[in-house]
Design a binder for this molecule. Structure first.
Ligand code: FES
Ligand code: FES
Length: 159
């Protein structure tokens, strides 16, 4: 029997019906139409499906949709506010920190979670935090540089 789930997605109340074994990533993409969250591996290894669930960074491919009951979900679609890109998004574009882009939403969501906790991370801390996000195109250096530059900009410093 299908479950009825009431949740909040990017600040808006949302509800959906799902099979008990349905995966949250599939519901976000196929039912809610939020295709910004990507599926890379479906096994918790690549980070492409990173979302925030009650402020915890999780892989949406490892979460049951039913676990979203009563929770707050934030996806890449919620990062830009009022038509303004988040500083992380701007830096990724300006620094060309993406190529195919499949990993990018996951990196951005994970990086935002890092900066929410630590507005002034060292390069080592940024690399450690983002170690669960894989990119097979960029070589990572531009991504890490973008995160550190965005953090500096958000602190009011220029680089
Ligand atoms: S698709 Fe979820 S970790 Fe790869
Ligand atoms: S830009 Fe292609 S996987 Fe990262």
């Amino acid at each position: 029997m299908k479950r009825h789930v009431s949740t909040t997605i990017n600040g808006d109340a949302a509800e959906f019906l799902c099979e008990p074994g349905a995966v949250l990533l599939d519901v976000l993409r196929d039912v809610q139409g939020l295709t910004g969250t990507k599926e890379g591996c479906a096994s918790g290894d690549c980070g492409a499906c990173s979302i925030l669930l009650d402020d915890r960074l999780v892989c949406a491919c490892l979460v049951l949709a039913a676990e979203a009951e009563g929770a707050r979900i934030e996806t890449i679609e919620g990062l830009a506010r009022g038509g303004e890109l988040h500083p992380l998004q701007r830096r990724f574009l300006e620094d060309a920190a993406l190529q195919c882009g499949v990993c990018t939403p996951g990196f951005l969501v994970a990086a935002k979670a890092l900066l929410d906790r630590n507005p002034d991370p060292t390069e080592e801390e940024a690399r450690y935090w983002l170690a669960g996000n894989l990119c097979r195109c960029t070589g990572y250096d531009k991504i890490i540089r973008s995160v550190l530059d965005a953090a500096a900009g958000m602190r009011g410093e220029t680089r």
